[in-house]
Design a protein around this ligand. Structure first.
Ligand code: CTP
Length: 560
């Protein structure tokens, strides 16, 4: 693949591994201390140095608000008195000095540390948990920091004023900080199936509000490397499941019997692929066999959860290794049956029926565009859902065009199936169509005269050009073409930076590179409440929305 030309897609390169967080969606100036007077002077026993609750709920749409929101439960009077007494001491107390333990304190989010320390102060057990511990131990920057605690949801609510309880099937606390940041704090859960004498036939977890110990909480999680706890007080990693050994050996392994764990929540099959691809880990052979064996059960999961994981596989910068794994493990016929025959995919994976020559070529082409998508991601482009799908379909679509087949009809049928099966949105479907159809307008012989001007004025020009860039990258084409299109766009006064495009395409909210909360985040915030409601569109908000999907969608499956 040719070297990636930094400015071709008009996106600044990232500063570090993962792209920098986008601007917050809150009103500017909204902070925990708007009057600038520090302590609010009350004595209610809650966190005075933490900001007030500022963000709205976690980006939920109105239609699911009723499901997720839950009124705080009553805490008995003795408990309230105990918390109030403890709170009186809190301000006088010096914060715990975190020892330089197995994880450098400076790498831990200070608000998450604050949550853990405060829970400790109130006599509860509390740890950092899950992906953040895994990533910190791997030297990666975590996307977010989750906390697990022995405090039950109403007790967490008592400890933090800046807290909101959410979820019915998986009740947990969101603790809010500046710029819409949320530290998700959940109570230790036991696996409800462990409470039963005999395993039911249907293992899909439908309730997950059985509280338990920290060890039980670790054991109900999906993979050993995701079940590590970190105690900042002692500076030690707490490992109940052998996660450290697997982290060192770079292995994804379910906790306990993979057949049981994957049937409890078949989306874990896709999560295993995601972690293996993203972290460059191998999958333990027994876990791998169980993934193939239970692949069909993915279709029992809520479609939005499955679609969200597909997007994560495609957009995280490791789409190529992820798709290779989907092919190897026989997951393509489950996720994309419409692509199975072109890619020579058999149920049960390649061992069941090796692909023929044409299928091998189609696979190579598919993987090379996904490799180019990964290169763009590494340069700081956050591909939109539509761009991810369009990239996946690109080479098959172009081959159909080149061989005189009705590519648009194929695309329409394909998209209709995606809409029906995975709840792919109609807006994304239309966008994919526009982006793919625009490719022929970007050919070098179309870059002159009125036709070229019309092309740069098209609504989805930026994404079409990104896809064209991806195509050139994957096929060894001349990237100078992209620069020429950009120059023309400049002359025509057309935007090519993602933020600018988002501003202009306001008729299409929520579209495009996750940037709705990006450059527009501030201006929406300033204009009033829309900024808050737009929280779902910031990367932070959208991430929380994804988490909500996982909890609700998997009917309460395990989640910290
Ligand atoms: N989890 C689980 N089963 C699931 C989803 C989540 O056991 N189906 C648990 C895992 O312990 C996981 C944690 O909840 O580490 C947080 O989930 P999530 O945020 O989805 O994953 P992370 O591991 O944090 O990975 P990422 O880096 O993608 O956020």
């Amino acid at each position: 693949m040719p070297a990636f030309a930094p400015d071709l897609v008009g996106v600044d390169p990232p500063q570090g591994g993962d792209p920098a967080p986008q601007p917050p969606f809150l009103d500017e100036g909204a902070s925990g201390d708007e009057d600038g007077e520090g302590d609010d002077g009350d004595d209610d026993g809650r966190d005075d140095d933490a900001p007030e609750l500022m963000a709205g709920p976690d980006g939920r749409s109105d239609e699911d608000a009723g499901d997720e929101e839950a009124e705080p439960e009553e805490v008995d009077a003795d408990e309230t008195a105990r918390l109030a007494a403890l709170a009186a001491d809190l301000d006088a107390e010096a914060p715990d000095e975190a020892p330089e333990g197995e994880i450098e304190v400076a790498r831990i989010d200070e608000d998450a540390l604050k949550v853990v320390r405060r829970l400790h102060h109130f006599g509860y057990e509390a740890y950092l948990v899950g992906g953040c511990v895994r990533d910190l131990l791997l030297g990666r920057q975590p996307k977010d920091f989750d906390v697990a605690t022995s405090a039950e949801p109403p007790q967490i609510r008592q400890v933090f004023r800046n807290c909101r309880l959410i979820g019915r099937r998986f009740r947990l606390a969101h603790i809010y900080f500046n710029a819409g940041k949320v530290v998700e704090t959940s109570t230790f859960r036991a696996n409800p199936l462990d409470e039963m004498d005999d395993l039911p036939k249907d293992l899909l977890i439908s309730q997950d509000n059985v509280f338990g110990t920290s060890e039980e909480d670790a054991r109900r999680r999906d993979f050993t490397v995701n079940a590590l706890f970190y105690d900042p007080r002692t500076g030690k990693v707490v490992d109940h499941v052998g996660g450290r050994v697997d982290l060192d050996a770079r292995v994804i392994r379910t906790i306990g019997d993979p057949h049981v764990r994957l049937r409890e929540d078949p989306v874990r099959i896709l999560r295993a692929v995601k972690f293996a691809a993203r972290l460059g880990f191998t999958i333990d052979p027994t876990t791998r066999d169980a993934m193939t064996c239970h692949a069909r059960e993915i279709s029992r999961c809520a479609a939005p959860r499955v679609l969200e994981e597909i997007y994560r596989l495609l957009s995280s910068g490791a789409a190529k290794p992820a798709f290779s794994l989907l092919l190897e493990l026989g997951l393509v016929p489950v996720l994309f049956p419409e692509l199975a025959s072109a890619l020579g995919c058999a149920e049960g994976g390649d061992a069941a029926a090796p692909p023929d020559e044409a299928a091998l070529r189609a696979r190579t082409e598919m993987l090379s565009v996904l490799d180019a998508l990964d290169a763009c991601r590494q340069r700081g482009v956050t591909p939109s859902h539509a761009l991810c799908m369009a990239t996946m379909l690109l080479r098959l679509y172009l081959r159909m065009q080149a061989t005189g087949q009705d590519a648009n009809r194929w695309l329409d049928e394909m998209s209709a199936a995606l809409v029906a099966r995975l709840r792919f949105t109609r807006r994304d479907r239309d966008r994919v169509r526009v982006i793919l159809q625009a490719q022929r307008h970007l050919a070098p012989d179309r870059r002159r005269g009125g036709a070229a001007k019309a092309t740069v004025r098209r609504g989805a020009f930026l994404e079409a050009l990104l896809l064209y860039t991806i195509h050139l990258l994957s096929s060894g084409g001349d990237l100078a073409e992209v620069g020429q299109w950009k120059a023309l766009a400049r002359v025509e006064g057309q935007p090519f930076r993602p933020g600018e495009v988002a501003e202009r395409e306001v008729g299409d909210p929520g579209e495009g590179n996750g940037r709705r909360g990006g450059s527009r985040g501030h201006s929406r915030g300033r204009s009033g409440d829309s900024g808050r409601r737009g929280g779902a569109s910031t990367p932070e908000g959208s991430r929380r929305r994804e988490k909500k999907h996982r909890r609700g969608g998997r009917r309460g499956g395990p989640k910290s």
